[in-house]
Write a protein that binds this ligand. Structure first.
Ligand code: NAD
Length: 381
């Protein structure tokens, strides 16, 4: 069985799906590994490091695409690459099956078996494969660092001979994986932190990090979707959150916003008025930008300065920390491969609940019912 590691082709992508350190057990089982030259460069892994780990390095991308039986990737292969895949290949990565299912059409038709890291069920057995959490952790950290870098103030309270510097005030919206890491990072830098989430369960986690949890009375409606995720809220419930956010924005030096509902556009929680209410020089980082953004002024991928407030809308913060992001992702991928590689050969058991949950398409047909429905809509339009 041949496993291929490609250089990611998306603009700005610096991560790699598998680092040399993760190859040992695969090669020991008899798996052959073919790596595209430069694949690990952005993540600090040289061609030599891959060769030393027992892989073969080649500059011939097309030969990897046409011969690999297994392709762990960070992002979905580009349309042109999909047409070159070996029929029957297994592709694993952040394939965006619910956001952009139409972009997988060529790979499905090859046919390729597609597993999406976004769809790995959040059950205890699959925790070591939870790449969404790994990347959210990196993004939450980096969002605070980016904000601290832009803010014309210090984060910690300082008591000096020249007087006292008050601590920065940070407001985190959405206390999931990214939000909790943003809170922890801001606290480590000495900021005073407030946070808001619709899931009541988030309150205790926020408080345990030394931040204040802001409660909103949503009239007792259910805010929990399945798998620890939030449910999509009514406009009325969203409005109560928006009012709280506008009030809190007026005394926040930094807002990091992370609110998401899987498979849906990000909820629009931050009104233009909230941005206008922020103190001059303050910074808003919209981590929900890839899903459209939490702020109504957000332009995904564009940095704006609006009335003196810097609004950052990064699309791929993990790629700005490529070494550790790749380290974590590589381990998530290796753990996932443990389910489908047995004694160096591919062995895919679709009865396994993790594989069944993560599978987008198999033998030319979409497997995931939500993806199948979305693809019907794409084909019809
Ligand atoms: P996510 O990225 O989908 O959303 C981020 C946060 O936004 C969530 O906390 C969500 O509640 C919040 N949110 C959504 N709509 C909102 C709104 N209108 N207003 C305010 N906040 C809103 O979620 P995530 O960070 O990937 O995960 C959320 C939770 O899932 C985690 O905190 C954890 O409890 C759970 N989880 C479980 C596992 C596991 O069991 N293996 C793994 C990871 C996460």
């Amino acid at each position: 069985m041949l496993l291929g590691i490609l250089k990611e082709s998306a603009p700005g992508e610096s991560r790699v799906a598998l680092l040399p350190g993760s190859l040992k057990s695969l090669i020991a089982q008899g798996t052959s590994v073919l790596v595209e030259s430069g694949a690990g460069e952005g993540a600090g892994a040289s061609d030599k490091a891959y060769a030393d780990a027992g892989a073969t390095v080649t500059a011939d991308r097309a030969s990897i695409l046409s011969t690999a039986d297994l392709l762990p990737m960070v992002n979905a292969p580009a349309a042109d690459d999909q047409t070159k895949l070996k029929p029957g290949v297994v592709v694993i990565g952040f394939l965006r099956p619910l956001d952009a299912p139409g972009e997988l059409r060529r790979a499905i038709d090859r046919p390729a078996t597609l597993f999406s890291m976004e769809l790995v069920p959040r059950i205890t057995r699959a925790q070591s494969m939870d790449a969404l959490s790994s990347m959210a952790t990196v993004a939450g950290y980096k969002a605070v660092i980016a904000a601290a870098d832009r803010l014309p103030r210090l984060f910690p309270m300082l008591m000096t001979a020249a007087g006292t510097v008050p601590p920065a005030k940070v407001f985190v919206i959405g206390a999931g994986v990214a939000g909790l890491q943003a809170i922890a990072t801001a606290r480590r830098l000495g900021a005073v932190v407030e946070a808001y989430d619709v899931r009541a369960a988030a309150g205790e986690q926020v408080r345990s990090l030394g931040a204040k949890f802001l409660d909103v009375d949503l009239g007792g409606i259910n805010t929990e979707g399945g798998g620890g995720y939030a449910a999509e809220l009514t406009e009325e419930a969203l409005d109560r959150g928006r009012d709280l956010i506008t009030r809190t924005a007026s005394h926040s030096d930094v807002i990091v916003t992370t609110a998401q509902v899987p498979g849906r556009p990000a909820p629009r929680l931050i009104r233009a008025a909230a941005v206008q209410a922020m103190p001059p020089g303050s910074v808003l980082v919209d981590l929900a930008a890839p899903a459209g953004g939490n702020c109504e002024l957000t332009k995904p991928g564009v940095t704006q300065i609006i009335n003196g407030v810097t609004l950052l809308a990064p699309l791929n913060l993990p790629a700005e920390v490529p070494v550790d992001a790749s380290n974590l992702y590589s381990r998530n991928i290796l753990n996932f491969l443990g389910l489908i590689v047995k004694k160096g050969e591919l062995s895919v058991d679709m009865a396994d609940e993790v594989l069944a949950g993560a599978c987008v398409a198999h033998q030319g047909k979409p497997v995931n019912p939500r993806v199948a429905k979305l693809l019907e809509t794409v084909s019809a339009s």
